[in-house]
Design a protein around this ligand. Structure first.
Ligand code: EAX
Length: 327
């Protein structure tokens, strides 16, 4: 009797695993992280992703969320996802050209006119084509997210035009395109992982940094920076990345669930950026920052003549123009 029951149970179990769709039992845990605080446009992205994956896979996948660089900075995290020591990360594209060089074209200063231009480009064929470049590097790019238009802050002086940044030592992302362009602005770039930036600003290792309003507020940089200038000198995309081997193991239904969850994450992420953009300047002013809103952007752009020519050679002027003119 006992043996029969056991046999039936075992057969059922084996049968369950032989089904083409996902088994109802085992739970798989995965990790995802960001380099900034949970209360941010990136925090809502990974919180939404975790919640939606869990819901859409009936709890078979549980996504653990980590914030504030507790699992490492962005470069380390992309590396961990590539190696498979971490399943997922949400990252700005800052360090990504070190892994997928084609993506660097998006880091060209003054490439996008506004948020609509950037979002529609990334959601359209150009962006979707770039997502396809990741799989040969052991990574699956689930979706484009958003970090935002970057603005400069520093502790020394108000910045209205390139003359004002001359000689300022500024922390930059570990991004070759930014570093090249910012040198042309007159800045002395100091590449550094994000988790080190607050202390570097506090201790005066660097004079300034540049980041979207969403990051500046989430990181409380107003505590260590006096001046903010709305330079909007470059758009900073973000990506939701997954280890390819982990992705390949998913059943077809679960792949769909992960992609849908990624879409929801991006929606929440962009909505929070929109909200931050409305509130941040007043908020930072009330906390004592001096904010320059009308920056001479044309002058900043004018410093990039030879740099743009170089990017034209590097990426193909056609490809750059395709993005510039995308509607
Ligand atoms: O992704 O490193 C940076 O400045 C990024 O913008 C920040 O970590 C948010």
């Amino acid at each position: 009797m006992r043996t029969t029951r056991l046999f039936v149970a075992l057969t059922a179990l084996i049968g369950a695993f032989a089904l083409p769709s996902a088994p109802a039992t085992a739970q798989t845990n995965m990790k995802i992280n960001i380099s900034i605080a949970q209360n941010s446009h990136q925090g809502v992205a990974i919180d939404t992703f975790a919640r939606e994956v869990e819901k859409r896979t009936n709890g078979r996948y549980k996504i653990q969320t980590f914030y504030s660089g507790s699992l490492g900075g962005e470069r380390e995290s992309v590396e961990a996802v590539q190696l498979g020591t971490q399943d997922l990360t949400f990252t700005s594209t800052g360090p990504v050209p070190n892994f997928v060089p084609e993506v660097a074209i998006l880091d060209i200063p003054f490439l996008f006119r506004d948020y609509n231009h950037a979002r529609s480009t990334l959601d359209g064929p150009i962006g979707q084509d770039l997502l396809g470049k990741f799989s040969s590097k052991g990574i699956v790019a689930l979706a484009w997210g958003e970090n935002g238009f970057r603005h400069m802050t520093n502790s020394k002086r108000a910045v209205n035009a390139p003359d004002d940044v001359k000689g300022l030592k500024m922390r930059t992302m570990e991004n070759p395109i930014h570093i090249q362009a910012y040198k042309a602005f007159g800045i002395i770039p100091t590449p550094m992982a994000f988790p080190e930036v607050f202390t570097a600003l506090q201790q005066g290792t660097v004079d300034g940094q540049e980041n979207p309003l969403s990051v500046i507020t989430a990181a409380k940089f107003e505590q260590v920076q006096k001046h903010l200038s709305l330079t909007g000198h470059v758009y900073s995309p973000a990506l939701l990345l997954m280890n390819k081997a982990a992705w390949d193991k998913l059943f077809a239904d679960d792949k769909k669930a992960f992609l849908e969850a990624a879409k929801e994450a991006v929606k929440a992420n962009r909505a929070r950026v929109d909200d931050d953009e409305k509130k941040a300047v007043a908020d930072l002013r009330s906390k004592g920052m001096n904010v320059v809103e009308n920056v001479d952007k044309a002058k900043f752009q004018a410093t990039l003549g030879p740099t743009y020519a170089d990017f034209g050679k590097k990426f193909g002027q056609d490809n750059i123009d395709k993005i510039r003119n995308y509607k």
